[in-house]
Design a protein around this ligand. Structure first.
Ligand SMILES: [Zn+2]
Length: 132
């Protein structure tokens, strides 16, 4: 019997800007992304919360090897920057755009984008001062 699941949305709109939907623990304050119904640290219930739309690059690399199915990105595959963005309470893994793939710096400010202009991605972060 097939299992159907309804994945919760990864993003929401607050005052006309996209935000990632995370969860905050009512017991210990741990934040998670994607949202989880219970805290992975202490097990207490969580509350969904809109995470900050801006952060800084905590670390990054370049995905140079074609991603296997079910990856549905542009064909032929093109390398892209992939980073962890520090949003204060939580770090989020995300593609990065706005610079050449190897042109990122740790600590660089980035902004969340989730406008559907890259149909294969639900969200990504862009450099606040792009060089592309
Ligand atoms: Zn907790």
């Amino acid at each position: 019997m097939p299992v159907e699941s309804e994945a919760p949305s990864l993003t929401t709109q607050v005052d006309g800007r996209p935000h990632l939907v995370g969860a905050a623990c009512g017991g210990c304050g741990t934040h998670t992304f994607p949202a989880q119904s219970s805290c992975p640290r202490c097990g207490a219930d969580t509350t969904t919360t809109a995470l900050p739309a801006e952060g800084t690059v905590w670390s990054w690399t370049v995905q140079r090897i074609a991603v296997k199915a079910p990856y549905a990105g542009p064909q032929p595959f093109e390398p892209f920057a992939l980073g962890y963005v520090d949003l204060g309470h939580v770090k989020v893994e995300s593609p990065l755009f706005g610079h050449p793939v190897d042109g990122w710096k740790i600590g660089e400010p980035v902004t969340l984008v989730a406008d559907g202009s890259r149909p294969h991605l639900p969200f990504w972060f862009e450099a606040k001062e792009p060089s592309l």
